[in-house]
Write a protein that binds this ligand. Structure first.
Ligand SMILES: *Cc1c(COP(=O)(O)O)cnc(C)c1O
Length: 401
């Protein structure tokens, strides 16, 4: 069978509009398409492929576990899941882990746990969930409603109730919204999809203090920031603020679908037997791959390497900007970086992405105004230089029309 981009239009639901390029093979931070054209990967499958493509540690884990046992369901537990849970709790504030298959599902579990905790401990009036405009928490109906983009949550009928939003980094607006009836606050400790927006220190510490004052749970959605992306194992560890619940997915599996919600024991106990679940969640195959990814990323060398690579990328983008004057700033942290287009190029992030693809570079956007880069955490320095050279050609194309 000949597989072409046209076949997508014939057989797929039209909720995506993928590129014409169909990649067939990857190695490290290089990818090849059906025609043998080579790409440098600055996208990392949207901040997922934290160790690039076909990293030997992940391939080994997949093969080894693939010849042992793939799936059991939660009627029985399994060794890889328990080992991974032990490592997650040893490395973080958390005591307990719930496994899911995606970021949205981890967030769904976090929100349901928060509502159940509030009902059990405080009563049914404590049900308000606060989140932030431009936030992104996934596409299930609960998580997309908590996310701060009405365009994603409108048009599906009645929404889950008692969810309110205010602007990120606006502590006064948040203080006006929170009360003793707030059960949880969900936020990204660096907004990704919303445009690569870092929290100010006063804001994120203020949110924590107000959650404490009103007995509300603070949920950090680290689906994009987690597992080394910002240069810390989890972003909260660099921010001097500890959440009550944290969700992690994307890079956790290094390309294999898995998500997790982690929390303290006294909160976890409210998800009693039967209250929540997932057929695939905590599947041995997924957990074995995630364990290998986690072990590889959670080392001083890899985490320090993220900062080194951030600097190289920032320096390269700065040099390109000095020549072409297209960005107003480069923001973000670690290898979650956003080049913000200046007023002359406002709304044209997709043009930069398309030009990059033409020159053999995979990149991303975060909204219409930000070109986003989320490469592998171990991308070779040579590939960063080559990727920047290709990006410069793409920028030149856009600038020269
Ligand atoms: C990607 C993302 C999600 C959703 O994850 P899925 O695996 O697509 O469900 C949730 N929150 C944040 C912050 C994300 O970046």
């Amino acid at each position: 069978m000949q597989v072409t981009r046209e076949l997508f239009n014939d057989v797929m639901v039209p909720n995506y509009n993928p590129s014409e390029v169909i990649p067939v093979r990857g190695e490290g931070s290089r990818v090849w398409d059906q025609n043998g054209k080579e790409f440098i990967d600055f996208a990392g499958g949207i901040a997922v492929n934290c160790l690039g493509h076909c990293h030997p540690a992940l391939v080994n884990a997949l093969k080894e576990q693939g010849e042992k046992i793939w799936h059991l369901s939660n009627v029985m537990t399994n060794e890889p899941a328990l080992r991974l849970a032990k490592k997650l709790t040893d490395a973080t504030f958390a005591d307990k882990v719930y496994f899911a298959n995606s970021g949205a599902e981890a967030n769904e579990a976090a929100l349901k746990l928060a509502r159940r905790w509030a009902l059990d401990v405080h009563g049914e009036q404590k049900n308000q969930i606060i989140a932030f405009n431009k936030g992104f928490h996934g596409r299930t109906f609960f998580t997309v409603t908590v996310g701060g983009q009405a365009a994603y949550s409108d048009g599906f009928g009645p929404k889950p109730a008692a969810i309110d939003h205010c602007d990120y980094n606006d502590l006064a607006a948040f203080e006006a919204l929170i009360s003793d009836n707030t059960c949880a606050v969900m936020m990204e400790p660096l907004q990704g999809e919303g445009g690569i927006i870092s929290p100010t220190s006063d804001f994120i510490k203020g949110v924590r203090a107000l959650c404490d004052k009103h007995n509300a749970l603070l949920i950090f959605d680290e689906v994009q920031t987690g597992v080394g992306r910002t240069g810390a194992l989890y972003a909260y560890q660099d921010l001097d603020v500890t959440p009550d619940i944290l969700t992690t997915a994307k890079a956790l599996g290094g390309g294999f679908p898995i998500g997790a919600m982690i929390t303290k024991a006294d909160i976890a106990e409210h998800l009693k037997v039967g209250t929540h679940g997932s057929t695939y969640g905590g599947n041995p195959l997924a957990c074995a791959v995630a364990e290998a990814a986690f072990d590889t990323v959670n080392t001083p060398g890899v985490l320090a390497g993220v900062k080194e690579r951030e600097q190289l990328l920032r320096d390269g983008l700065k040099a390109i900007n000095e020549k072409y004057d297209v960005f107003s700033e480069v923001r973000g942290k670690g290898l979650l970086l956003g080049a913000v287009l200046n007023s002359k190029y406002e709304g044209r992030s997709r043009d930069f992405l398309v030009a990059s693809t033409q020159h053999g570079l995979m990149s991303l956007v975060a909204g219409t105004n930000v070109v986003r880069f989320t490469p592998s955490l171990v991308i070779p320095l040579e590939d960063i230089k080559e990727g920047l050279a290709r990006f410069e050609k793409a920028v030149a194309d856009v600038v020269n029309g």
